[in-house]
Design a protein around this ligand. Structure first.
Ligand code: HAM
Length: 431
Protein backbone atom coordinates (compact mmCIF):
# COMPACT_ATOMS: atom_id res chain seq x y z
CA UNK A 1 0.00 0.00 0.00
CA UNK A 2 2.81 2.35 1.04
CA UNK A 3 4.23 2.41 -2.48
CA UNK A 4 0.98 3.70 -3.94
CA UNK A 5 1.17 6.96 -2.03
CA UNK A 6 1.66 10.03 -4.19
CA UNK A 7 4.74 12.16 -3.62
CA UNK A 8 4.32 15.59 -2.09
CA UNK A 9 7.37 16.90 -3.95
CA UNK A 10 6.68 19.27 -6.85
CA UNK A 11 7.84 18.28 -10.35
CA UNK A 12 11.63 18.44 -10.85
CA UNK A 13 12.95 21.99 -11.26
CA UNK A 14 9.73 23.62 -10.03
CA UNK A 15 8.96 25.05 -6.60
CA UNK A 16 5.85 25.43 -4.47
CA UNK A 17 5.73 28.99 -3.27
CA UNK A 18 4.62 29.24 0.36
CA UNK A 19 3.31 32.61 1.64
CA UNK A 20 6.69 33.74 3.06
CA UNK A 21 8.39 33.28 -0.31
CA UNK A 22 5.42 34.83 -2.04
CA UNK A 23 6.08 38.04 -0.10
CA UNK A 24 9.64 38.10 -1.44
CA UNK A 25 8.47 37.42 -4.97
CA UNK A 26 5.84 40.17 -4.75
CA UNK A 27 8.43 42.59 -3.44
CA UNK A 28 10.69 41.97 -6.45
CA UNK A 29 7.79 42.16 -8.92
CA UNK A 30 6.57 45.36 -7.31
CA UNK A 31 9.95 47.05 -7.74
CA UNK A 32 10.25 45.87 -11.36
CA UNK A 33 6.79 47.04 -12.35
CA UNK A 34 6.69 50.25 -10.30
CA UNK A 35 9.93 51.47 -11.89
CA UNK A 36 8.79 50.35 -15.38
CA UNK A 37 5.61 52.41 -14.99
CA UNK A 38 7.73 55.33 -13.77
CA UNK A 39 9.48 55.17 -17.15
CA UNK A 40 6.15 55.15 -19.04
CA UNK A 41 6.16 51.42 -19.92
CA UNK A 42 2.83 49.63 -20.43
CA UNK A 43 2.03 46.10 -19.32
CA UNK A 44 1.07 43.34 -21.79
CA UNK A 45 0.80 39.54 -21.76
CA UNK A 46 0.89 36.56 -24.11
CA UNK A 47 -0.34 32.96 -23.89
CA UNK A 48 1.75 30.44 -21.96
CA UNK A 49 1.46 28.03 -24.88
CA UNK A 50 2.74 28.85 -28.35
CA UNK A 51 3.49 27.08 -31.59
CA UNK A 52 6.87 25.34 -31.17
CA UNK A 53 7.79 26.71 -34.59
CA UNK A 54 8.08 30.18 -33.08
CA UNK A 55 11.25 29.20 -31.23
CA UNK A 56 12.75 27.01 -33.91
CA UNK A 57 12.85 30.00 -36.30
CA UNK A 58 15.36 32.28 -34.57
CA UNK A 59 15.88 31.62 -30.88
CA UNK A 60 18.84 29.31 -31.41
CA UNK A 61 20.01 25.82 -30.60
CA UNK A 62 20.05 26.12 -26.80
CA UNK A 63 16.44 27.26 -26.45
CA UNK A 64 15.26 24.70 -29.04
CA UNK A 65 16.91 21.90 -27.08
CA UNK A 66 15.29 23.07 -23.86
CA UNK A 67 11.75 23.35 -25.19
CA UNK A 68 8.87 21.79 -23.29
CA UNK A 69 7.00 20.71 -26.40
CA UNK A 70 4.22 18.28 -27.21
CA UNK A 71 1.70 17.49 -29.90
CA UNK A 72 -1.83 18.58 -29.03
CA UNK A 73 -5.00 16.60 -29.78
CA UNK A 74 -5.28 18.40 -33.13
CA UNK A 75 -1.77 17.33 -34.16
CA UNK A 76 -0.19 20.79 -33.66
CA UNK A 77 3.32 21.04 -32.25
CA UNK A 78 3.03 23.18 -29.12
CA UNK A 79 5.58 24.55 -26.64
CA UNK A 80 5.36 26.15 -23.20
CA UNK A 81 6.98 29.54 -23.71
CA UNK A 82 10.70 29.43 -22.81
CA UNK A 83 11.12 33.19 -23.33
CA UNK A 84 9.01 36.21 -24.24
CA UNK A 85 10.77 37.90 -27.16
CA UNK A 86 9.36 35.80 -30.05
CA UNK A 87 5.80 36.12 -28.65
CA UNK A 88 6.27 39.87 -28.28
CA UNK A 89 7.50 40.10 -31.88
CA UNK A 90 4.45 38.06 -32.98
CA UNK A 91 2.08 40.40 -31.14
CA UNK A 92 3.70 43.46 -32.65
CA UNK A 93 3.75 41.97 -36.17
CA UNK A 94 0.03 41.10 -35.90
CA UNK A 95 -1.04 44.68 -35.13
CA UNK A 96 1.82 46.67 -36.59
CA UNK A 97 -0.43 49.12 -38.46
CA UNK A 98 -2.59 49.93 -35.42
CA UNK A 99 0.27 50.43 -32.97
CA UNK A 100 2.11 53.72 -32.57
CA UNK A 101 5.85 53.56 -32.22
CA UNK A 102 8.02 53.82 -30.23
CA UNK A 103 6.41 51.22 -27.98
CA UNK A 104 7.48 50.77 -24.38
CA UNK A 105 6.14 47.49 -23.01
CA UNK A 106 6.82 45.24 -20.04
CA UNK A 107 5.59 41.93 -18.65
CA UNK A 108 6.29 39.70 -15.67
CA UNK A 109 5.40 36.09 -16.43
CA UNK A 110 6.21 32.41 -16.07
CA UNK A 111 8.53 30.57 -18.44
CA UNK A 112 9.58 26.95 -18.87
CA UNK A 113 12.90 25.46 -19.95
CA UNK A 114 13.95 21.82 -19.75
CA UNK A 115 17.25 22.60 -17.98
CA UNK A 116 19.38 20.84 -15.42
CA UNK A 117 18.11 22.37 -12.16
CA UNK A 118 20.95 24.08 -10.27
CA UNK A 119 21.63 27.34 -8.39
CA UNK A 120 20.04 30.11 -10.45
CA UNK A 121 18.44 27.69 -12.93
CA UNK A 122 15.01 26.06 -12.66
CA UNK A 123 12.63 24.47 -15.11
CA UNK A 124 9.91 26.94 -14.18
CA UNK A 125 10.82 30.54 -13.47
CA UNK A 126 9.62 34.10 -13.83
CA UNK A 127 11.14 36.78 -16.01
CA UNK A 128 10.58 40.47 -16.27
CA UNK A 129 10.72 41.47 -19.92
CA UNK A 130 11.13 45.13 -20.72
CA UNK A 131 11.43 46.21 -24.34
CA UNK A 132 11.50 49.39 -26.38
CA UNK A 133 10.40 48.91 -30.00
CA UNK A 134 10.61 51.35 -32.89
CA UNK A 135 13.84 53.18 -32.06
CA UNK A 136 17.06 52.45 -33.86
CA UNK A 137 19.23 54.94 -31.99
CA UNK A 138 21.41 54.05 -29.00
CA UNK A 139 19.07 56.18 -26.84
CA UNK A 140 16.81 53.11 -26.56
CA UNK A 141 19.67 51.18 -24.93
CA UNK A 142 20.41 54.13 -22.65
CA UNK A 143 16.81 54.41 -21.46
CA UNK A 144 16.65 50.71 -20.56
CA UNK A 145 20.05 50.89 -18.86
CA UNK A 146 18.76 53.81 -16.79
CA UNK A 147 15.74 51.68 -15.89
CA UNK A 148 18.09 48.90 -14.71
CA UNK A 149 20.12 51.31 -12.59
CA UNK A 150 16.97 52.75 -10.99
CA UNK A 151 15.75 49.23 -10.16
CA UNK A 152 19.11 48.39 -8.55
CA UNK A 153 18.90 51.62 -6.54
CA UNK A 154 15.38 50.72 -5.42
CA UNK A 155 16.73 47.35 -4.22
CA UNK A 156 19.48 49.23 -2.28
CA UNK A 157 22.09 47.24 -4.21
CA UNK A 158 25.63 48.23 -3.14
CA UNK A 159 27.48 49.75 -6.09
CA UNK A 160 30.42 47.38 -5.74
CA UNK A 161 28.29 44.25 -6.17
CA UNK A 162 27.05 44.52 -9.75
CA UNK A 163 28.29 45.30 -13.23
CA UNK A 164 26.43 45.61 -16.51
CA UNK A 165 28.63 44.17 -19.25
CA UNK A 166 28.07 45.43 -22.76
CA UNK A 167 29.20 44.28 -26.18
CA UNK A 168 27.97 44.51 -29.77
CA UNK A 169 27.24 41.70 -32.23
CA UNK A 170 28.60 43.84 -35.13
CA UNK A 171 31.93 44.06 -33.31
CA UNK A 172 31.94 40.26 -33.01
CA UNK A 173 31.08 40.04 -36.74
CA UNK A 174 34.12 42.26 -37.38
CA UNK A 175 36.26 39.79 -35.42
CA UNK A 176 34.84 36.77 -37.25
CA UNK A 177 34.94 38.18 -40.79
CA UNK A 178 37.41 41.05 -41.02
CA UNK A 179 40.07 39.95 -38.54
CA UNK A 180 39.85 36.14 -38.56
CA UNK A 181 38.29 35.67 -42.02
CA UNK A 182 36.45 32.62 -40.72
CA UNK A 183 34.35 30.26 -42.82
CA UNK A 184 30.57 30.32 -42.25
CA UNK A 185 30.64 26.99 -40.48
CA UNK A 186 33.36 27.99 -37.98
CA UNK A 187 31.59 31.19 -36.87
CA UNK A 188 28.88 29.53 -34.71
CA UNK A 189 31.48 27.26 -33.12
CA UNK A 190 33.72 30.16 -32.14
CA UNK A 191 30.66 32.17 -31.04
CA UNK A 192 29.70 29.36 -28.66
CA UNK A 193 33.24 29.25 -27.26
CA UNK A 194 33.29 33.02 -26.68
CA UNK A 195 29.90 32.74 -24.97
CA UNK A 196 31.51 30.27 -22.53
CA UNK A 197 34.86 32.07 -22.26
CA UNK A 198 34.32 33.43 -18.74
CA UNK A 199 33.27 29.97 -17.48
CA UNK A 200 36.18 28.05 -19.11
CA UNK A 201 39.75 27.54 -17.97
CA UNK A 202 42.21 29.38 -20.27
CA UNK A 203 43.84 26.11 -21.34
CA UNK A 204 40.51 24.47 -22.21
CA UNK A 205 39.48 27.51 -24.20
CA UNK A 206 42.68 27.46 -26.26
CA UNK A 207 42.41 23.73 -26.79
CA UNK A 208 38.83 24.07 -27.99
CA UNK A 209 39.79 26.79 -30.50
CA UNK A 210 42.60 24.63 -31.87
CA UNK A 211 40.26 21.62 -32.05
CA UNK A 212 37.67 23.48 -34.12
CA UNK A 213 40.41 24.41 -36.61
CA UNK A 214 41.79 27.86 -35.71
CA UNK A 215 45.51 28.30 -36.48
CA UNK A 216 47.97 29.86 -34.01
CA UNK A 217 47.69 33.33 -35.49
CA UNK A 218 43.89 33.23 -35.27
CA UNK A 219 44.12 31.92 -31.72
CA UNK A 220 46.32 34.86 -30.72
CA UNK A 221 43.93 37.26 -32.45
CA UNK A 222 40.94 35.89 -30.53
CA UNK A 223 42.81 36.16 -27.21
CA UNK A 224 43.92 39.68 -28.08
CA UNK A 225 40.32 40.62 -28.99
CA UNK A 226 39.04 39.32 -25.66
CA UNK A 227 41.41 41.72 -23.86
CA UNK A 228 40.23 44.82 -25.74
CA UNK A 229 39.08 47.91 -23.91
CA UNK A 230 37.37 51.07 -25.14
CA UNK A 231 40.64 52.67 -26.30
CA UNK A 232 41.03 49.83 -28.80
CA UNK A 233 37.58 50.62 -30.20
CA UNK A 234 38.68 54.21 -30.90
CA UNK A 235 41.07 52.80 -33.51
CA UNK A 236 38.13 51.21 -35.35
CA UNK A 237 36.07 54.42 -35.52
CA UNK A 238 34.33 54.66 -38.89
CA UNK A 239 35.47 51.13 -39.84
CA UNK A 240 33.16 49.01 -37.69
CA UNK A 241 29.57 49.94 -36.82
CA UNK A 242 29.75 47.84 -33.64
CA UNK A 243 32.69 49.90 -32.35
CA UNK A 244 30.95 53.17 -33.32
CA UNK A 245 27.75 52.16 -31.47
CA UNK A 246 29.67 51.10 -28.36
CA UNK A 247 31.67 54.33 -28.30
CA UNK A 248 28.48 56.40 -28.64
CA UNK A 249 26.78 54.41 -25.88
CA UNK A 250 29.66 54.79 -23.41
CA UNK A 251 30.09 58.46 -24.28
CA UNK A 252 26.41 59.25 -23.67
CA UNK A 253 26.33 57.08 -20.53
CA UNK A 254 29.17 59.20 -19.14
CA UNK A 255 27.16 62.35 -19.86
CA UNK A 256 24.22 60.82 -17.98
CA UNK A 257 26.42 59.83 -15.00
CA UNK A 258 25.57 56.15 -15.48
CA UNK A 259 28.02 53.99 -13.51
CA UNK A 260 28.51 50.22 -13.09
CA UNK A 261 28.76 49.54 -16.81
CA UNK A 262 31.73 48.09 -18.69
CA UNK A 263 32.62 47.13 -22.24
CA UNK A 264 33.25 43.40 -22.28
CA UNK A 265 34.22 41.76 -25.58
CA UNK A 266 33.28 38.26 -24.40
CA UNK A 267 29.55 39.01 -24.01
CA UNK A 268 28.01 37.04 -26.86
CA UNK A 269 24.48 35.94 -25.77
CA UNK A 270 23.25 32.51 -26.80
CA UNK A 271 20.20 33.67 -28.75
CA UNK A 272 20.38 33.91 -32.54
CA UNK A 273 18.14 36.93 -33.08
CA UNK A 274 20.39 39.61 -31.57
CA UNK A 275 21.73 42.18 -34.00
CA UNK A 276 23.70 45.03 -32.31
CA UNK A 277 24.15 45.79 -28.61
CA UNK A 278 24.17 42.80 -26.25
CA UNK A 279 24.14 43.11 -22.45
CA UNK A 280 24.41 40.97 -19.35
CA UNK A 281 24.35 41.92 -15.67
CA UNK A 282 26.70 40.18 -13.22
CA UNK A 283 27.14 39.93 -9.47
CA UNK A 284 30.76 41.03 -8.98
CA UNK A 285 30.72 41.11 -5.17
CA UNK A 286 31.76 37.46 -4.79
CA UNK A 287 31.53 34.07 -6.41
CA UNK A 288 28.15 32.92 -5.06
CA UNK A 289 26.15 33.94 -8.13
CA UNK A 290 28.25 33.26 -11.22
CA UNK A 291 25.35 33.43 -13.70
CA UNK A 292 24.00 36.53 -15.41
CA UNK A 293 21.16 38.17 -13.48
CA UNK A 294 19.63 39.28 -16.74
CA UNK A 295 20.44 39.35 -20.42
CA UNK A 296 19.23 41.33 -23.36
CA UNK A 297 20.05 43.04 -26.58
CA UNK A 298 18.97 44.52 -29.87
CA UNK A 299 16.87 42.36 -32.19
CA UNK A 300 16.14 44.64 -35.14
CA UNK A 301 15.37 41.78 -37.58
CA UNK A 302 13.09 39.51 -35.55
CA UNK A 303 9.83 40.62 -37.18
CA UNK A 304 11.05 39.31 -40.53
CA UNK A 305 10.18 35.76 -39.39
CA UNK A 306 6.53 36.80 -39.80
CA UNK A 307 7.21 38.20 -43.29
CA UNK A 308 7.03 41.74 -41.88
CA UNK A 309 9.39 44.64 -42.36
CA UNK A 310 12.01 45.14 -39.68
CA UNK A 311 11.26 47.14 -36.56
CA UNK A 312 14.22 48.18 -34.45
CA UNK A 313 13.95 46.80 -30.92
CA UNK A 314 15.93 46.55 -27.71
CA UNK A 315 15.11 44.90 -24.40
CA UNK A 316 16.03 42.45 -21.71
CA UNK A 317 14.82 39.47 -19.66
CA UNK A 318 15.46 39.47 -15.90
CA UNK A 319 14.95 36.24 -13.92
CA UNK A 320 13.40 36.08 -10.44
CA UNK A 321 15.49 33.15 -9.20
CA UNK A 322 18.88 34.77 -9.70
CA UNK A 323 17.57 38.10 -8.45
CA UNK A 324 16.33 36.46 -5.24
CA UNK A 325 19.72 34.75 -4.80
CA UNK A 326 21.49 38.07 -5.34
CA UNK A 327 19.27 39.97 -2.89
CA UNK A 328 19.66 37.24 -0.30
CA UNK A 329 23.47 37.17 -0.76
CA UNK A 330 23.67 40.85 0.21
CA UNK A 331 20.89 40.78 2.86
CA UNK A 332 18.70 43.01 0.77
CA UNK A 333 15.49 41.04 1.12
CA UNK A 334 12.74 43.00 2.89
CA UNK A 335 11.89 42.16 6.45
CA UNK A 336 8.16 41.97 5.78
CA UNK A 337 6.68 39.69 8.43
CA UNK A 338 3.04 39.90 7.43
CA UNK A 339 0.61 41.64 5.11
CA UNK A 340 -1.91 41.69 7.95
CA UNK A 341 -1.98 44.76 10.22
CA UNK A 342 -4.32 43.66 12.99
CA UNK A 343 -5.35 40.44 14.72
CA UNK A 344 -8.76 40.72 16.39
CA UNK A 345 -9.26 38.24 19.22
CA UNK A 346 -12.56 36.50 19.94
CA UNK A 347 -13.12 36.28 23.68
CA UNK A 348 -16.44 34.43 23.76
CA UNK A 349 -18.92 32.94 21.27
CA UNK A 350 -21.56 35.45 22.42
CA UNK A 351 -19.29 38.28 21.19
CA UNK A 352 -19.07 37.00 17.61
CA UNK A 353 -21.41 39.58 16.07
CA UNK A 354 -19.92 42.59 17.90
CA UNK A 355 -16.37 41.40 17.14
CA UNK A 356 -17.21 40.87 13.45
CA UNK A 357 -18.72 44.36 13.26
CA UNK A 358 -15.56 45.83 14.74
CA UNK A 359 -13.42 43.83 12.29
CA UNK A 360 -15.47 45.05 9.33
CA UNK A 361 -15.08 48.64 10.56
CA UNK A 362 -11.29 48.23 10.53
CA UNK A 363 -11.37 46.66 7.05
CA UNK A 364 -13.60 49.49 5.76
CA UNK A 365 -10.84 51.85 6.85
CA UNK A 366 -8.28 50.02 4.72
CA UNK A 367 -6.71 48.09 7.60
CA UNK A 368 -5.84 44.46 6.80
CA UNK A 369 -7.52 42.58 9.62
CA UNK A 370 -7.63 38.91 10.57
CA UNK A 371 -10.34 37.87 13.02
CA UNK A 372 -10.11 34.78 15.18
CA UNK A 373 -13.25 32.71 14.56
CA UNK A 374 -13.01 30.31 17.49
CA UNK A 375 -12.85 31.57 21.07
CA UNK A 376 -9.78 29.91 22.61
CA UNK A 377 -7.50 30.89 25.48
CA UNK A 378 -6.25 34.46 25.06
CA UNK A 379 -2.66 33.27 25.30
CA UNK A 380 -3.19 30.96 22.37
CA UNK A 381 -4.61 33.77 20.27
CA UNK A 382 -1.70 36.06 21.16
CA UNK A 383 0.75 33.34 20.21
CA UNK A 384 -1.01 32.92 16.88
CA UNK A 385 -0.75 36.69 16.16
CA UNK A 386 2.92 36.57 17.06
CA UNK A 387 3.61 33.53 14.92
CA UNK A 388 1.98 35.25 11.97
CA UNK A 389 4.12 38.36 12.54
CA UNK A 390 1.09 40.63 13.02
CA UNK A 391 2.00 43.87 14.77
CA UNK A 392 -1.34 44.88 16.40
CA UNK A 393 -3.82 42.89 18.47
CA UNK A 394 -7.30 44.16 19.41
CA UNK A 395 -9.33 42.69 22.28
CA UNK A 396 -13.02 43.27 22.63
CA UNK A 397 -14.44 42.03 25.94
CA UNK A 398 -17.64 42.80 27.90
CA UNK A 399 -15.92 45.71 29.72
CA UNK A 400 -14.69 47.32 26.52
CA UNK A 401 -18.14 46.98 24.92
CA UNK A 402 -19.72 48.75 27.91
CA UNK A 403 -17.26 51.63 27.51
CA UNK A 404 -17.62 51.65 23.71
CA UNK A 405 -13.86 51.10 23.48
CA UNK A 406 -11.34 48.42 22.50
CA UNK A 407 -8.03 47.32 23.91
CA UNK A 408 -5.17 47.84 21.44
CA UNK A 409 -1.87 46.03 21.98
CA UNK A 410 1.35 46.77 20.10
CA UNK A 411 3.12 43.41 19.87
CA UNK A 412 6.45 45.10 19.03
CA UNK A 413 6.65 47.29 22.15
CA UNK A 414 4.25 45.35 24.39
CA UNK A 415 2.30 48.59 25.14
CA UNK A 416 -1.46 48.39 25.37
CA UNK A 417 -4.22 50.96 25.86
CA UNK A 418 -8.01 51.08 26.10
CA UNK A 419 -9.16 53.57 23.45
CA UNK A 420 -12.02 54.13 20.97
CA UNK A 421 -12.14 52.38 17.60
CA UNK A 422 -11.42 55.60 15.73
CA UNK A 423 -8.40 56.31 17.97
CA UNK A 424 -7.16 52.77 17.26
CA UNK A 425 -7.58 53.26 13.52
CA UNK A 426 -5.63 56.50 13.73
CA UNK A 427 -2.81 54.90 15.74
CA UNK A 428 -2.48 51.88 13.44
CA UNK A 429 -2.47 54.06 10.36
CA UNK A 430 0.03 56.63 11.57
CA UNK A 431 2.80 54.10 12.13
P1 HAM B 1 17.96 34.73 -21.63
O1 HAM B 1 19.41 35.11 -21.45
O2 HAM B 1 17.67 33.42 -22.22
O3 HAM B 1 17.30 35.88 -22.51
O4 HAM B 1 17.23 34.84 -20.23
C1 HAM B 1 17.24 36.05 -19.52
C2 HAM B 1 17.28 35.80 -18.02
O5 HAM B 1 16.24 34.93 -17.63
C3 HAM B 1 18.55 35.13 -17.50
O6 HAM B 1 19.61 36.04 -17.36
C4 HAM B 1 18.04 34.58 -16.18
O7 HAM B 1 17.94 35.64 -15.23
C5 HAM B 1 16.63 34.16 -16.51
N1 HAM B 1 16.59 32.72 -16.85
C6 HAM B 1 16.74 32.14 -18.05
N2 HAM B 1 16.64 30.78 -17.96
C7 HAM B 1 16.38 30.51 -16.65
C8 HAM B 1 16.17 29.31 -15.88
N3 HAM B 1 16.16 28.11 -16.44
N4 HAM B 1 15.96 29.43 -14.56
C9 HAM B 1 15.93 30.64 -13.95
N5 HAM B 1 16.13 31.81 -14.61
C10 HAM B 1 16.36 31.76 -15.94
C11 HAM B 1 16.01 35.88 -22.92
O8 HAM B 1 15.17 35.13 -22.49
C12 HAM B 1 15.65 37.02 -23.87
N6 HAM B 1 14.36 36.72 -24.49
C13 HAM B 1 15.64 38.33 -23.12
C14 HAM B 1 15.27 39.52 -23.96
C15 HAM B 1 14.18 40.32 -23.82
N7 HAM B 1 16.00 40.00 -24.99
C16 HAM B 1 15.36 41.05 -25.48
N8 HAM B 1 14.27 41.26 -24.79
Amino acid sequence: MKNNKLTTAPYKGTTDTYPKDMMIRNYIFDVWSRVAKRFGYEEYDTPLIESAQLYKAKSGEEISNQLYNFTDKGGREIALRPEMTPSLARMIAAKKKELTFPLRWFNIGKFYRYEKPQRGRRREFFQLNIDLLGMSTIDAELEIIQYVMDVMKEFDAPKDTFELRINNRYLLDYLFTDILKLSDELIPQLARAIDNFSKMKAEDFKEYLTDIGLDNKQLEEVLDFLSWDLSKLELLKGKCSGADQLLELFDKAKGLDITNIAFNPSIMRGLDYYTGTVIEMFDIGGSKNPRAMFGGGRYDDLLTIFGEEKIPAFGLGWGDIIMTDYLSTYNLLPNTKSNTDVYVTLMDKSLLIKTTQLTQELRKNGINTLMCLEPTKLNKQLKEANRKGIRWVIFLGEDEIKQNKVQLKDMDSGDSSVITISQSIQKIKEI
